[in-house]
Design a protein around this ligand. Structure first.
Ligand code: ADE
Length: 236
């Protein structure tokens, strides 16, 4: 999988993605990235990439002509799906991550200031994606999150470290709690069932804990899960 990153701050990549599992995968060539420094495409002698918003208001807006030149420096075939990181976008979910991780190429536009001129988003059909209901100072950390979530799903990246079907969201529930050595720590023991060796009971216990946690912490996900179970019982 290849990521093109349109950014004013190419030094912000690969950041944490150069470490640990994603860093090893980068070294192995399981994914790659290229930064396009938007400022290199500023045409005027001041190298300006932004302007005051028409209609007034606070902050500056990134210019459509500069962003377009940066985008067109990547050939059409290599642009792949075009994404603009924005708190106004569609919320990133594990389902969307799975879908994105199957793309061979993705181009991510990282905004700064108040955002980017709407016309360039419309003209090039950028999909807007948000990583959550809060506002960051720019799209770069959001892009890193999208990339991290995709990279760990690529073939050969996690090996057998994770069990994708059991982790949070993949089966429609939050994950059950985990325990390891020592069996007794600060007067706290491990739930007995986990040391019983009875796999069927362990599986049932984990399922119950997952359901309990989801119901309590994320009623939105719980409701969706119940709906899906009902549908599957009705044979849909
Ligand atoms: N840029 C600023 N805030 C953001 C968010 N919540 N998601 C994606 N991109 C952003």
């Amino acid at each position: 999988m290849h990521f093109n990153l349109l950014t004013l701050f190419p030094e912000m990549f690969p950041a944490s993605l150069g470490q640990s599992i994603s860093g090893k995968a980068l070294d192995k060539g399981l994914w790659s990235y290229e930064c396009v420094a938007i400022r290199d495409f500023a045409a005027n002698k001041h190298k300006s990439v932004d302007g005051a918003p028409f209609g007034g208001g606070a902050g500056m807006v990134m210019r459509p002509d500069v962003i377009e030149s940066a985008l067109l420096s990547i050939t059409k075939e290599k642009q792949g799906r075009k994404i603009y990181m924005s708190p106004r976008g569609k919320l990133l979910t594990q389902g969307l991550v799975k879908e994105l991780s199957q793309e061979p190429e993705i181009t991510i536009l990282c905004g700064r200031y108040e955002g980017v001129d709407q016309r360039v988003l419309d003209a090039h059909e950028f999909e807007e994606i948000s990583i959550g209901d809060y506002v960051l100072s720019g799209g770069e950390p959001a892009a890193l999150i999208v990339m991290d979530a995709c990279i760990r799903l690529l073939d050969g990246v996690m090996g057998n470290i994770s069990t994708p079907d059991e982790e949070s969201f993949s089966n429609g529930l939050l994950e059950y709690p985990h325990y390891t050595k020592p069996a007794k720590w600060n007067d706290m023991t491990v739930p007995e069932i986990l040391t019983s060796g009875h796999h069927k009971n362990i599986k049932a216990w984990r399922q119950e804990r997952s359901e309990e946690i989801t119901k309590k912490r994320r009623p939105d996900i719980w409701k969706e899960y119940l709906g899906e179970i009902q549908n599957s019982h009705e044979g849909n």
